[in-house]
Design a protein around this ligand. Structure first.
Ligand code: HEM
Ligand SMILES: *[C@@H]1O[C@H](CO)[C@@H](O)[C@H](O)[C@H]1NC(C)=O
Length: 499
């Protein structure tokens, strides 16, 4: 103790400071490379952390874009970050240079949840063998799901009927639709992973969703900061503080897997993704390279819930809000439904081709809602070049999807809800290239086909059965998004009146 007082303290402090500055210089060397993207000047150690407003990340970064251009750099403590805006830069980085830009920063909260060389899940897996194996598995399971059994479309259609029944049970009284929409979407993932749906009041299901919601919807600034700067998760104690929810979630998934193992009939085809995965684990016994391990099954299932649940349900919450605010659009969708599907038969994916207006509305909901504005961070796996700038290996890339969805050069009315963005002069559906809510390239959202199916079937099914309106006496809700982990609509209530 006595050592660190008075005169002894000074040299120690100087030595520590010099050491920190040297380490800091090493970390910031990359910035001195020729043609490194411009950006605000970082201070030692903290980089640009103090220059950013964490309560309003998208805004404070927007200022930087105006100052430095479409491709600019930031220093998040010791992590070099490059932000990409606009179709040209994003397309060049993700598609043309996909081989260099498809890694993930080693950020994952999962590192604290049993993440290891053979258990990396999908979303945050580094660009390599384990990711490729699991991505291929998820994509093909989604595609082939239900061979000889119920197809994924049948699951979604049945769930849509349950969702409508739950809306009808509100008997025209005002309610917030988010909880029911979340349950319906949750059941679609459960059908994929658990091979079953849950009643909306099933206690196990409620716990599953609650834990999942705690994980995704926590909008405290602490969580936002950690999300932006996962480096901070290394601070002792902080990780366990934000991770208690995910741990509980893993316990539930673990129980589900144990039950599958007991009830698996090897003579039958797999009932769901979990069975298919356990078959692969069996096949991979003795292969030290394989990522088909039971620990990884837990992470893959958790990833599917994490990536597929709140994204899709938040988009549907946007869809109904926008129908409240645009009764004319709602009416036109209903007219198209009546004409093409009628009032009796449930909607099918095949109907979509004959419903350009409804298809345009669903796309415009995604464009306007812009639920994942900054996508999921990428990282360069080797030195690369984008728009003439050199980006060294190990740089975190933030892809501003919002800059595409709200691009003033592409969209007639970028900041208004305007389904005509997706219709040509003849009323046919068209999709501008800047429509990239699922990102692009090798890391493109692998759930896109499922998400498209859910958005179309849930939306048309609800509008076929109900008309939606702002409850009498309540003010018009606003259509300004609320920034959290995702961008969600402000809380609102609606009345669902049977047609
Ligand atoms: C409207 C709904 C959805 C939106 C807007 C959305 C958006 C995204 C975005 C922006 C990414 C990041 C892509 C990148 O890194 O460049 C992503 C990745 C991913 N999504 Fe989705 N998603 C949705 C629904 C789903 C669904 C339903 C599932 C699966 C059930 C899913 C599974 C995944 C997975 C596994 C990844 C990681 C892919 C990888 O790293 O290789 N998503 N999604
Ligand atoms: C992303 O683009 C949007 C729309 O152009 C802009 O408002 C926002 O500030 C941008 N964010 C970043 C991080 O550049």
């Amino acid at each position: 103790m006595g050592l660190l007082t008075g005169e002894a303290l000074m040299p120690v402090a100087v030595a520590v400071a010099v050491f920190l500055l040297l380490v800091d210089l090493m970390h910031r060397r990359t910035r001195w490379a020729a043609r490194y993207p411009p950006g605000p000047v970082p201070v030692p150690v903290l980089g640009n952390l103090l220059q950013l407003d964490f309560q309003a990340m998208p805004y404070s970064l927007g200022r930087l874009r105006r100052r430095f251009g479409d491709v600019f750099s930031l220093q998040m403590a010791w992590t070099p970050v490059v932000v990409l805006n606009g179709l040209q830069a994003v397309r060049e980085a993700l598609v043309l240079r996909g081989e260099d830009t498809s890694d993930r920063p080693p950020m994952s909260v999962y590192q604290h949840l049993g993440f290891g060389p053979r258990a990396q899940g999908v979303i945050t897996a580094p660009y390599g063998h384990a990711w490729r194996e699991q991505r291929r598995f998820s994509v093909s399971t989604l595609r082939n799901f239900g061979v000889g059994k119920k197809s994924l479309e049948q699951w979604v259609t049945e769930e849509a009927a349950c969702l409508c029944a739950a809306f009808a049970a509100q008997a025209g009284r005002p309610f917030s639709p988010d909880v029911l929409l979340n349950k319906a979407v949750g059941n679609v993932i459960a059908s994929l992973t658990h091979g079953r749906r849950f009643e909306y009041d099933d206690p196990v299901f409620l716990k599953l969703l609650l834990v999942e919601a705690a994980r995704t919807e926590e909008t405290s600034s602490l969580r936002q900061v950690l999300n932006a700067f996962p480096v901070l998760l290394r601070i002792p104690g902080l990780a366990s503080k934000v991770l208690s929810g995910p741990k509980e979630f893993m316990v539930l998934i673990h129980e589900m897997v144990a039950e599958h193992r007991e009830t698996r009939d090897a003579a039958q085809p797999p009932r769901d993704l979990t069975d298919a995965f356990l078959d692969e684990v069996e096949k991979a016994k003795g292969n030290p390279e394989s990522s088909f391990t039971e620990e990884n099954l837990l992470l893959v299932v958790a990833d599917l819930f994490f990536a597929g649940l709140v994204t899709t349900s938040t988009t549907l919450v946007w869809a109904l809000l926008l129908m409240l605010l645009h009764p004319d659009v709602q009416r036109r969708v209903q007219e198209e439904i009546d004409e093409v599907i009628g009032q009796v038969r449930p909607p099918e994916m095949e109907d979509q081709a004959r419903m350009p207006f409804t298809t345009a509305v669903v796309h415009e909901v995604q464009r306007f809602g812009d639920v994942v504005p900054l996508g999921v961070p990428h990282m360069t796996s080797r030195d690369t070049e984008v728009q003439g700038f050199l980006i060294p290996k190990g740089t975190t890339l933030i892809i501003n999807l919002s800059s595409l969805l709200k691009d003033e050069a592409v969209w007639e009315q970028p900041f208004r809800f305007h389904p005509e963005h997706f219709l040509d002069a003849q009323g046919r559906f068209v999709k501008p290239e800047a429509f990239m809510p699922f990102s692009a390239g090798r890391r493109l959202c692998l759930g896109e086909p499922l998400a498209r199916m859910e958005l179309f079937l849930f939306f048309t099914c609800l509008l076929q059965r109900f008309s939606f309106s702002v409850p009498a006496g309540q003010p018009q809700p606003s259509d300004h998004g609320v920034y959290g982990l995702l961008v969600s609509p402000p809380p609102y209530q609606l009345c669902a009146v049977p047609r």
